[in-house]
Design a binder for this molecule. Sequence first.
Ligand code: COA
Length: 180
Amino acid sequence: MENTQPVVIRPSRDADVDAMLAIYRHHIRRGIEEALDDSGTPQPDDLRDRRKNLRNRRFPHLVATSGGEIVGYAYVVLFRKRPAYRYTVKHSIYVHHDHLGRGIGRLLMRELIDACAAAGFRQMIGYIDADNTASLGLHEAFGFSTAGLLRGVAYRYGRWADSVMVQRSLGAGSTVPPVL
Ligand SMILES: CC(C)(COP(=O)(O)OP(=O)(O)OC[C@H]1O[C@@H](n2cnc3c(N)ncnc32)[C@H](O)[C@@H]1OP(=O)(O)O)[C@@H](O)C(=O)NCCC(=O)NCCS
């Protein structure tokens, strides 16, 4: 039966890790991992530690739930580790394959942007496969602009693929210095 329960966005918890991993694995199953072994896939403990680190450092890490089920997740990491880049984050967003097109990506993106702006970040960067129409559409809908095209940076389905780099400012963006 189709899940028509309302979707709620909340911070992720340790207990959500397995469900997040299942969502992630489904989306990458037919991608680069197909050509490799499974060693590049994060294991539950890795993801648990990573999630904890992210939350400790106040990087938003969110899940979407519907009828008690995890139907998507979104989080950010630092764009680069050097201190000068501490106001810029790089995000990821994944929606469960059975729940695509229900507006969940939109809800996660809205909350992620708001949480990152509230945390004082000023720029948000995403890398999107050039043929990922859904993700390109979602980012465009949230005011991301194309910052660059990275050619041939991924290899999947037996061919090289391009990535589109997108960017959006948060809060005051680069118009005023950061609040230290
Ligand atoms: C990209 C993704 C997160 C979108 O999530 P979703 O819940 O299906 O998207 P929504 O239903 O909230 O749609 C929001 C907007 O995204 C765009 N969009 C979503 N699916 C689309 C599609 N198949 N084609 C074109 N645009 C699409 C539209 O602009 C849409 O707004 P609209 O409904 O007003 O037209 C989802 O497809 C996904 O998890 N994909 C696999 C993982 C991935 O690629 N993540 C992004 C990595 S950068």
